[in-house]
Design a protein around this ligand. Structure first.
Ligand code: 0WD
Length: 256
């Protein structure tokens, strides 16, 4: 074990199972000596998240559905007494209706648009605002985004619009919170086979296309995303805020 995050406490939102990107991030944080706290969306995930918490040696596991104001308000009440200082927040959450990821983007409904933007983009703002009273010694907030924020990618649709809002929110939050020495960044991961990815039609074709074209001639792994998260969370990343960092085997630089 090395110790890049020794003495730091991290709140990690968005583990659904051991394939989740947030799982790899929590695992890497533990490897680097951080105290890790996990949240899960709802009762559906409680049992498995408690098991995952044990496996990872998490200090606490509790529910936080970012679409519920009460759950966001409870973050500070639940954390404060035991963990008065939070140094790192990982937001690894996204959701859109299945039909909005399969029919043409032009047919996105008002409600589908609101839902995707609220859960996948506004929630970063809600979480940052809820946790910042505990980030008394500065810290690092990070979120996960995807190339579909910046380019038109088939079937990514409203999620691309939500990711664009998320990346913009990252910059505005960085602007607001920098004075408190809180850094806010996004990691733009290449495609990785997770539960969320299964919601994207023809996802395995995307994996094949990226592996064929990316400079590194392969897809990226959750472990690679997690090591970039360690960098951003640690003092090594102390000069970096408001950025979107690509961890995608280089795919995004390629033209035709
Ligand atoms: O290729 C990929 N897998 C990429 C994912 C490439 C680039 C970025 N990302 C992003 C996703 O868009 C997301 O923001 O990474 C983040 C994590 O996604 P993941 O690890 O790929 O997917 P998953 O393991 O499904 O975790 C996302 C979780 C949800 O999982 P399920 O499968 O249960 O929908 O987000 C959580 C939930 O646990 N989530 C919520 N958490 C709290 N409150 C909520 C909510 N309302 N809605 C979804």
């Amino acid at each position: 074990m090395s110790s890049l995050l020794q003495g730091k406490t991290a709140l990690v939102l968005g583990i659904a199972n051991k394939w989740s990107i947030a799982y790899a991030i929590a695992e890497a944080f533990r490897r680097e000596g951080a105290t890790v706290i996990l949240t899960y969306q709802g009762e559906r995930l409680q049992r498995s998240l408690e098991d995952i918490g044990q496996t990872l040696g998490a200090a606490k596991v509790f529910q936080c559905d970012v679409s519920k104001d009460d759950d966001l308000a409870n973050l500070v009440n639940t954390l404060g007494p035991e963990f008065p200082k939070i140094d790192i927040v990982v937001h690894s959450i996204a959701f859109a209706n299945g039909e909005d990821l399969s029919r043409p983007f032009v047919q996105t409904s008002r409600d589908g648009f609101k839902l995707a933007l609220e859960v996948s983009a506004w929630s970063l703002v809600g979480v940052a605002n809820a946790v910042r009273p505990l980030m008394t010694d500065g810290g690092s907030i990070m979120t996960l985004t995807y190339l579909g924020a910046q380019r038109v990618l088939e079937n990514y649709n409203v999620m691309g619009v939500a990711k664009a809002a998320l990346e913009s929110a990252t910059r505005y939050l960085a602007g607001d919170l920098g004075a408190a020495n809180i850094r806010v960044n996004a990691i733009s991961a290449g495609p990785i086979k997770t539960a969320a990815a299964r919601g994207i039609k023809d996802f395995s074709k995307i994996l094949d296309a990226v592996a064929a074209k990316a400079p590194l001639r392969r897809n990226c792994t959750t472990a690679e995303v997690a090591d970039t998260a360690v960098f951003l969370a640690s003092d090594l990343g102390r000069g970096v805020t408001g950025n979107t960092i690509f961890v995608d085997a280089g795919y995004q630089i390629m033209g035709l």
